[in-house]
Design a protein around this ligand. Structure first.
Ligand code: PEP
Ligand code: MG
Length: 596
C-alpha cells in the first residue's frame, strides 16, 4: 500500500523485539488510578459516547459508594458511615452533571477533562473559605471526583482487551495493568511516549511477545486512527507512512525474524553450558500461569521469578487463598521437579491495584512498595499468600522469595511470619514442604551492601537489577528522559553485583539474577564470569543467551568480569564484554543488537 504521504521515522527505545506493519489505533489516557485528563478536541460524532461514558461512570461510582457504605455500616457508628451520604450527594448533584454535559457538547472536549475542569473550579472556590467544615468538604469532593474520573477513563479499558481487529496501538502511556489486559490476538505491536527498557510495561511486552517501542516523544500527536505504520521493536523505530520500498524491506525483515526465532527454538533442548563445560542455569520470569507453556517451549529449567502481583492488578476481587493455591499448585505440578520461585506480591511503584495501593504517594517507588506495604498495612494479604504458597509446596519444587528488602529486620519479621504460618498448617494437619527454601531479591543498594549479613538468613539471593540500577543510580526505570543514565554496567552496579555474588559464595547459598540485564546479550560474559549461578528472563530471550553461553569459555568470561569490575566507566566495561561477544557470536551482535 503506497500512502502517498511523507515517510517519517521516529526513534525511541526498543522494548520488545519484533516487527509489525499495520494500522494505528490511538488509545487515550486511562488506567487503574486516574491520569491527568487531556485538553484535546473530540469530534462532534464522539459527543454522545462521551456523555454515555460519563453517565455510566456516575452509575458505577454510585454503586461502589453504596457498596463501601454497606461494608462500613457494620463496623462504625452511624454518624461516621453517613459521610458516604455526602459522597452520594455529589454523585447525584444534577447541577454539576448538567454543567459537565454542556461543556462536553459546547467545548467538544472528552468527559474526563470536562468533569475535571468543573470540579477543580468547585474545589478552589471551597478551599478559600475560612469555615473549617466547608473547607473539609473539599476532601470529600476530591475523593469522589477521583473515583468518577477513574471510572470514566476505565470505560476505555474495555477497548484494550477487545480490539476491532488487528491494530498497532499508539498511546502516550500504558500502565502495566493496561498492558496486562491487551488483547493478544489483535495487538500487532504498541508504541508509547513514556517508559524505558526496564519499565514493567516493557517487561510485560516481551513476556507477551508483543513487539514494542517506548520513549517515543511527541509520536501520539502526529498520528490518527487508521494511519499506516511500521513498528520495529529490534531497533526502536516507528515509521509513519512508509514508502513502498520501506514496506518491502520490512516484509523481508519479518521473514528473517521468523527464521531467526525458528533457529533459536531448535536449540532449546541444548544444555546452557560453556565450551569448557561450566553450566549456567537458565530459568524463566513469568507473570501468569499460562506463561509456563512458553517457558517450557524455550527450554527453561524452571521459573526463576513468578511476579505474582499480576494476580491482583486487574482482579475484580482479590484472589483468595484457594484461588492462589490452585494457581501455584498447577504451576508447580506442570514444572514437575524443576524449581519455581514464587515471589510474594510486589505491588506499589508503578504496579498499582485499585483494591490495595494508594495513588497518593509522592514517590511511589520509594514508598509503601512490596514487603513494606505488606508488613505495614496488609499483613492479611501476605499471610493468605504465604499459606497458599506453602500448601502448594507439597506438590513440587516451590521456593518463596521476598521483594524489596532493605534491612535484616525485614527478613527476620518475614521469616517469623512464615514460621507461624507453618505452625498453623501443622496444627491443622495440612501438608507442605517443611524445608521450603526462602530467598530474597537483592534489588536495593542497602541489601547489596549488607549482603553478607543477609546471606546468613536466607537460602538464596536473586539480584533484581531493574531496581538495583534504578535505586543505585537514582534513575527512574520508567522515565524516558533519564534512560541514557540507566547503565547496568556502571562501576557502582558491577561492584554491587560482585559483592552479592561473593557474599553468597562465602555463605554457601546460590545466587540468581532475574533483572532484564540477564536477557541482554551484551552483559552475558560479565555476569557468567562473575559467577552467577542462574540467569532468569522472559522465555523468548532464553535462546539468544543459551547460544552465547554455549560459544563461551569460562576462563574468557572470568577475565572479562575481572577487568570490567575495575573499569572506571560503564562504557569501558560494556566495550570489553561486547568485544568478546563480537568474537564468539557476531550473528547475535548483528541481529539481536543492531536489528535484522
Ligand atoms: C528487578 O527489580 O530486577 C526485578 C526482577 O523485579 P521487578 O522488575 O518486578 O521490579
Ligand atoms: Mg524489582
Amino acid at each position: 500500500m503506497e500512502t502517498g504521504k511523507r515517510e517519517i521515522v521516529f526513534h525511541g527505545i526498543p522494548a520488545s523485539p519484533g516487527i509489525a506493519i499495520g494500522t494505528v489505533l490511538l488509545i487515550g489516557h486511562h488506567g487503574n488510578t486516574y491520569k491527568m485528563p487531556e485538553d484535546k478536541a473530540i469530534s462532534e460524532d464522539a459527543i454522545p459516547s462521551e456523555i454515555l461514558k460519563f453517565n455510566n461512570a456516575l452509575d458505577k461510582t454510585r454503586a461502589e459508594i453504596q457498596d463501601i457504605q454497606k461494608q462500613v455500616q457494620s463496623k462504625v457508628e452511624e454518624k461516621d458511615a453517613s459521610i458516604f451520604d455526602a459522597h452520594l450527594l455529589i454523585v447525584d448533584d444534577k447541577m454539576l452533571m448538567n454543567e459537565v454535559e454542556e461543556m462536553i457538547r459546547k467545548k467538544t472536549r472528552p468527559a474526563d477533562f470536562c468533569f475535571y475542569r468543573i470540579i477543580q473550579r468547585y474545589v478552589s472556590a471551597l478551599s478559600v473559605m475560612t469555615d473549617p467544615y466547608i473547607k473539609g468538604r473539599t476532601a470529600d469532593i476530591e475523593d469522589v471526583a477521583s473515583r468518577i474520573i477513574s471510572n470514566i477513563q476505565g470505560q476505555q479499558r474495555q477497548v484494550l482487551d477487545h480490539l476491532p481487529g488487528q491494530r498497532i496501538i499508539i498511546a502516550r502511556d500504558l500502565t502495566p495493568s493496561d498492558t496486562a489486559l491487551l488483547d493478544r490476538e489483535n495487538v500487532q505491536a504498541f508504541a508509547i511516549e513514556t517508559g524505558s527498557r526496564t519499565s514493567h510495561t516493557a517487561i510485560l511486552a516481551r513476556s507477551m511477545q508483543i513487539p514494542a517501542v517506548v520513549g517515543l516523544q511527541k509520536l501520539y500527536e502526529r498520528l490518527q486512527n487508521g494511519d499506516f505504520v511500521i513498528v520495529d521493536g529490534f531497533i526502536g523505530t516507528v515509521i509513519i507512512n512508509p514508502k513502498e520500498e520501506t514496506q518491502n524491506l520490512y516484509a523481508l525483515k519479518e521473514t528473517k525474524e521468523e527464521q531467526y526465532y525458528a533457529d533459536l527454538l531448535k536449540e532449546s533442548r541444548l544444555r546452557p553450558e560453556t565450551i569448557d563445560a561450566f553450566s549456567v542455569q537458565l530459568a524463566a520470569n513469568i507473570e501468569h500461569l499460562n506463561d509456563i507453556t512458553q517457558a517450557k517451549l524455550y527450554g527453561a529449567a524452571g521459573v526463576g521469578l513468578f511476579r505474582t502481583e499480576y494476580l491482583y492488578i486487574n482482579a475484580q476481587v482479590l484472589p483468595s487463598e484457594d484461588d492462589q493455591f490452585n494457581i501455584y499448585k498447577s504451576a508447580a505440578e506442570s514444572l514437575e521437579d524443576q524449581p519455581i520461585i514464587i515471589r510474594t506480591l510486589d505491588l506499589g511503584g508503578d504496579k498499582l491495584s485499585s483494591h490495595i495501593t494508594s495513588s497518593k504517594e509522592l514517590n511511589p517507588f520509594l514508598g509503601l512498595r512490596a514487603v513494606r506495604l505488606c508488613l505495614q498495612k496488609r499483613q492479611d494479604l501476605l499471610i493468605t499468600q504465604i499459606r497458599a504458597i506453602l500448601r502448594a509446596s507439597a506438590f513440587g519444587n516451590v521456593k518463596i522469595m521476598f521483594p524489596m528488602i532493605t534491612c535484616a529486620d525485614e527478613v527476620d519479621k518475614l521469616k517469623e511470619m512464615v514460621e507461624e504460618i507453618k505452625q498453623e498448617l501443622l496444627k491443622s494437619k495440612i501438608d507442605f514442604n517443611r524445608d521450603v527454601e526462602l530467598g530474597i531479591m537483592v534489588e536495593t543498594p542497602s541489601a547489596a551492601i549488607i549482603a553478607d549479613v543477609l546471606a546468613q538468613k536466607v537460602d538464596f539471593f536473586s539480584i533484581g537489577t531493574n531496581d538495583l540500577v534504578q535505586y543505585t543510580l537514582a534513575v527512574d526505570r520508567g522515565n524516558e528522559n533519564v534512560a541514557y543514565l540507566y547503565q547496568p554496567s556502571h562501576p557502582a552496579i558491577l561492584d554491587l553485583i560482585n559483592r552479592v555474588v561473593k557474599a553468597a559464595r562465602n555463605n554457601k547459598i546460590w545466587v540468581s539474577l532475574c533483572g532484564e540485564m540477564a536477557s541482554d546479550p551484551r552483559y552475558t560474559p560479565i555476569l557468567v564470569g562473575l559467577g552467577i549461578n542462574e540467569l532468569s528472563m522472559s522465555p523468548v530471550s532464553l535462546g539468544v543467551i543459551r547460544r552465547i553461553i554455549r560459544r563461551m569459555r569460562m576462563h574468557e568470561a572470568e577475565e572479562i568480569a575481572e577487568k570490567s569490575i575495575k573499569c572506571k566507566t560503564a562504557e569501558e566495561a560494556l566495550e570489553l564484554s561486547e568485544n568478546l561477544l563480537m568474537k564468539i557470536a557476531p550473528d547475535i551482535v548483528n541481529i539481536a543488537l543492531k536489528g535484522l
